[in-house]
Design a protein around this ligand. Structure first.
Ligand code: NI
Length: 168
């Protein structure tokens, strides 16, 4: 496994839509393993393939010691709204309040191409929406009215799980 460099928000690849995966082969498995390693090293709870320079619809999430590998994910159902703090490994050092659907159901494929569904709420719902946004070239700062809404990590109001929410 290799720790890859995480692109930052100024790099154009983060703004491009990624391509659907059709080959569930060894190179995909290597990419997934590297994503997990890179995400843990950061550290973070979610990472999309285009954040390490690979424009494919692939992402990983790790929450409560459960790793979820997402190939070709898409939201099939969402409900509710919740405003909470959110950050991104490609925008290190900052968080902002972002409104997301409170609950989502995502359809995706695993590393062997088998389709599955995952339901999430709270931080998992936020991470799923955040990673799928990445695969569409969208960053959470796109939802802000102004970049002045960004708050340096460590300076935002207490009670925020900054360690997790900042590393999506
Ligand atoms: Ni991110």
């Amino acid at each position: 496994m290799v720790i890859r460099r995480i692109l930052t928000a100024d790099e154009p690849m983060l703004r491009e839509k990624t391509k659907k995966v059709s080959h569930f082969d060894a190179s995909l498995h290597r990419l997934l393993d590297d994503l997990l390693e890179t995400m843990r090293d950061a550290p973070g709870i979610g990472l999309a393939a285009n954040q390490v320079g690979v424009p494919l619809r692939v992402a990983v999430i790790e929450l409560e010691e459960k790793v979820t590998e997402l190939i070709n994910p898409q939201v099939v159902k969402s409900s509710g709204e919740v405003l909470d703090w959110e950050g991104c490994l490609s925008i290190p050092g900052f968080v902002a309040e972002v409104t997301r659907a409170a609950k989502v159901t995502v359809k995706a494929q695993d590393r062997h191409g088998k389709e599955f569904r995952i339901k999430g709420e709270e931080l998992l719902a936020r991470a799923l929406q955040h990673e799928i946004d990445h695969l569409n070239g969208v960053l959470y700062i796109d939802y802000l009215e102004s970049l002045e809404e960004l708050v340096p990590v460590g300076e935002h109001p207490s009670g925020v799980e900054e360690g997790q929410a900042a590393g999506i």
